[in-house]
Design a protein around this ligand. Structure first.
Ligand code: NAP
Length: 274
């Protein structure tokens, strides 16, 4: 099977869980990175059917802790022959600023730096694939942002739910990872940034969502299978081929007008601590 060895972050709930189930049903190997072993027990209690899949491997890392990302990548490299697809899907949407062990604001840490670092540390395993692919879960509307407010991303002073550090963190994820593909001429890794659209999940129904969005989420947002199908389609549907670096919303590539100059790139990477 092509693209058999798949890693999924944030696969213990919501969109990621639906995606994991779909990949397993297709007979792919899935490496599920959960926050810790307690999350695995909770998941198996809620989803006992998962225990019948021999091709499901569990890995553990708190993705807000950079040294844990490095360690889990090394474990994957040691245990797996290769990685064909990395789904960087874990994400946070918080009601107020929170800070990681490295002292970075959590949206920046988990939504921007973690996928970047996991992709970097997994490079040796991705290099063994014939068609290495990284699918990053993005969000709707980052192409409308005209200026990336890096100080507000890294250390928010006027925190806004959803439209502040969260949106900036997803735009920064795109800018930093797209930039690294362009820098790295020898890499054959393809990068895609896929918005899953609106899905009813722990994240979208939680306290990080502005109050006025709640009714909208209730009425308009779909089952998380919707977002999982969009991620799956970008990775595996051979009838649709997106160029590396594409930002995809509702199955269409959309141009992001912003680019990253070298100084801003250094600013964005200031939070990297290992
Ligand atoms: N739902 C939507 O409408 C929507 C719209 C646009 C984009 N998205 C994006 O879709 C992705 C999936 O979110 P979702 O909606 O499916 O919500 P979700 O169910 O809350 O999924 C988020 C996942 O990320 C994991 N995660 C967060 N912080 C982590 C950490 N430090 N270490 C390890 N895992 C961590 C969570 O694990 P824990 O349970 O351990 O925290 C959870 O499984 C996110 O990137 C989100 O930004 C969602």
């Amino acid at each position: 099977m092509k693209k058999e060895w798949t890693i999924v972050t944030g696969g213990g709930s919501g969109i990621g869980l639906k995606l994991v189930k779909k990949l397993l049903k297709e007979g792919r190997h899935v490496g599920l990175i959960l926050r810790n072993a307690a999350r695995k027990s909770e998941l198996l209690d809620a989803e006992p059917g998962l225990s019948r899949y021999e091709k499901l491997d569990y890995f553990f890392a708190d993705l807000s802790v950079q040294i844990e990302i490095k360690a889990v990548a090394q474990e994957i490299i040691n245990r797996w022959p290769k990685v064909d697809v990395l789904f960087n899907n874990a994400g946070v949407l918080l009601e107020k600023p929170a800070f990681s062990a490295q002292g970075n604001e959590m949206h920046y840490e988990v939504n921007t730096l973690a996928p970047f670092l996991l992709a970097s540390h997994l490079r040796p395993a991705l290099a063994k694939s014939e068609t290495p692919l990284i699918v990053n879960t993005s969000t709707d509307g980052i192409h409308y942002i005209r200026k990336l407010d890096i100080p507000e991303l890294i250390n928010p002073k006027k925190f806004r739910k959803l439209f502040g550090p969260y949106m900036y963190s997803k735009l920064a994820q795109y800018l930093i990872m797209k930039d690294s593909t362009e820098d790295n001429g020898q890499s054959k890794v393809k990068y895609l940034f896929v918005s899953p659209g609106g899905n009813k999940t722990k994240l979208s129904t939680g306290k990080g969502m502005p109050g006025w969005m709640k009714l909208y989420v209730k009425l308009i947002y779909k089952s998380p299978s919707y977002g999982a199908d969009l991620l799956w389609e970008a990775a595996f549907n051979e009838d649709i081929s997106f160029n590396s670096g594409s930002y995809i919303q509702k199955s269409k590539a959309i141009k992001i007008p912003l680019t990253l100059d070298p100084i801003k790139k250094l600013d964005l990477l200031k939070g990297v601590n290992i």
